[in-house]
Write a protein that binds this ligand. Sequence first.
Ligand SMILES: Nc1nc2c([nH]c(=O)n2[C@H]2C[C@H](O)[C@@H](COP(=O)(O)OP(=O)(O)OP(=O)(O)O)O2)c(=O)[nH]1
Ligand SMILES: [Mg+2]
Length: 131
Amino acid sequence: MLKRIHVAVGIIQSGDTILLAKRHGHLHQGGKWEFPGGKVEPGETVAMALARELKEEVGLEIHGCTPFMELAYDYPDKQVFLDIHLVNDFSGDAHGAEGQEIAWVPMSELSQYSFPDANRPILDKLLGLNC
Ligand SMILES: Nc1nc2c([nH]c(=O)n2[C@H]2C[C@H](O)[C@@H](COP(=O)(O)OP(=O)(O)OP(=O)(O)O)O2)c(=O)[nH]1
Ligand SMILES: [Mg+2]
């Protein structure tokens, strides 16, 4: 039985655009576009993990976030629990702090990007919000 990995995920919004980052090829789900985030470490709250990961991965300081969705998904090789938050209060200029490609993508273009399979319900809800 694999241990389910708790992941803090941020949907970072600026106007009508959302920040995506491309996972490095060698990683789990490599080559796919993701919402920045990462594993909640022992002793951390999700909010702490989200703030740490967004600083480490895209160089942003977050000042507030709102719960958006929780999602359990079983990949053949990994079980994840995605704890997804909307972030629209932040400072700094986003950059790929780990050498990854990033993009601010208009909502209307999100469906053109390839995401990990777990993300389907996130996209459905986000695009639904846009109606
Ligand atoms: N950040 C993020 N992870 C996602 C998304 N969708 C999805 O299935 N995942 C999965 C991929 C990974 O198995 C896991 C995230 O873990 P990770 O490997 O990026 O964790 P991390 O940033 O802490 O990286 P590391 O320190 O272990 O290298 O969640 C998403 O939209 N964003
Ligand atoms: Mg990560």
